[in-house]
Design a protein around this ligand. Structure first.
Ligand code: IPM
Ligand code: MN
Length: 395
């Protein structure tokens, strides 16, 4: 059994608190299960920047690139922590890795676990059934409106110049100071993330035994980049003739997402639309405390809860660690798939069951789900459920 080399980047605010809980489950899989990890923890983020003048220690990027099978981020971003050029301090860590490691698919599952209290109530039911919400949003992660910031962050992570000169253009009809962001969308960038979405739909079809639909969300009635994205969606979908497709503009999609989540299986979106839609979608699963994500490329992978560093809750042992623990669950699944490792798949299933059992059995939950448990109580409960399930399966 070779150990997986994991790099943990706990980061700012509540990031370290939730990563601590994710580590508890990893220890259970090491002590009682079949996996082994070689963990490196690296301090980083806005608070680290304020203390040291660096977003992370020298050599950290190279460690993530060359010596890590997987990376797990807590959260980056801290009030007042800005680089001289105005960019968020800590961006080099998350955005630099997304870009420099070419993590082109940002995979954000949205699933309502049985037993989760949430704050959305449709008009047809008093409460929504958990079966209605089970989808994955796949956000393009390397271009679009984030392109120039991603490239700046990637260059900084690799020790290069922070800024490249802006190309000055004239915007007819606009006078005075104009700030603008280019939004390049490429055929190659679209093709690979859309193909990823269709491959994922095929895997879900065989796992769930139910047909899966891929929905393309864009604004192709207005922007040229989205027109290309939609065109490529059609080309790729022709190659996956067994999979049903649908299309929506982002504005109408936000309404459909909330009104009819049961219609959605796999959704693919350009970068910024994916950023916004996934925060909204998290409400369907109980909020940001439940939202996990995977950033996947052909060579590297990084996992993070979708929520931020939540400065106002930091240091209170209060926030929900399930988004971080579920991100580790996605990591085990992805390691299992990438390394054809049955042990990692087995542990991914155990962790999924442990989270599900914790929530459905009425165990204590944090304030965001209507409870008053602490971060560490939830972490302990899920870790001990993992241990019980491992023992029951005779691992
Ligand atoms: C996310 C976050 C990041 C993003 C921030 C922290 C730069 O909101 O992962 O969704 O905008 O991508
Ligand atoms: Mn976001």
């Amino acid at each position: 059994m070779t150990a997986y080399r994991l790099t943990l980047l706990p980061g700012d605010g509540t990031g370290p608190e939730v990563i601590e809980q994710a580590k508890k489950t990893l220890s259970v899989f090491e002590e009682l299960g079949p996996l082994s990890f070689d963990i490196t923890e690296i301090p980083c983020g806005g608070q680290f920047y304020l203390e040291t003048g660096l977003e992370w220690p020298e050599g950290s990027f190279e460690h993530c690139r060359d010596d890590s099978d997987s990376i797990v981020v807590g959260a980056v971003g801290w009030p007042g922590a800005r680089l001289p050029n105005g960019d968020v301090a800590g961006g080099q860590v998350l955005l630099g890795l997304r870009s420099a490691l070419d993590l082109y698919a940002n995979v954000r599952p949205v699933r309502l676990y049985r037993g989760v209290n949430h704050k959305v109530h449709g008009s047809f039911k008093d409460v929504w059934d958990h079966e209605l919400v089970d989808m994955v949003l796949v956000r393009e992660n390397t271009e679009g409106l984030y392109h120039s910031l991603l490239r700046r962050s990637a260059r900084a992570a690799q020790g290069g110049e922070k800024d490249e000169p802006l190309v000055i253009e004239r915007f007819p009809g606009l006078n005075g100071h104009v700030a603008w962001d280019a939004r390049p969308i490429s055929r190659r960038g679209s093709e690979r993330v859309i193909r990823f979405a269709f491959d994922l739909a095929e895997r879900r079809e065989s796992r769930l035994g139910a047909p899966q639909k891929v929905t393309c969300v864009d604004k192709s009635n207005v922007t040229r980049g989205c027109r290309l994205f939609r065109e490529v969606f059609h080309e790729v979908s022709d190659k996956f003739s067994g999979i049903e497709t649908n299309e929506a503009y982002i504005d109408a999609f936000t309404m459909w997402l909330v009104r009819n989540p049961e219609d959605l299986d796999v959704v693919v979106l350009p970068n910024m639309f994916g950023d916004i839609a996934t925060d909204l979608a998290s409400v369907l699963q109980g909020g940001m405390g439940m939202a996990a994500s995977a950033n996947i490329g052909d060579e590297h992978m990084l996992f993070e809860p979708v929520h931020g560093s939540s400065p106002k809750h930091a240091g209170q042992n209060k926030v929900n660690p399930i988004a971080a623990i579920s991100s580790v669950q996605l990591m085990l699944e992805s390691l299992g798939a990438r390394h054809q490792d049955e042990d990692a798949n087995f542990c991914a299933d155990i962790l999924d069951q442990a989270i599900s059992n914790h929530l459905s059995s009425g165990s204590p939950v944090t304030y965001d789900l209507g409870g008053n448990a602490s971060t560490s109580e939830v972490g302990d409960s899920i870790a001990s459920l993992c241990a019980m399930l491992l023992e029951a399966k005779g691992a």
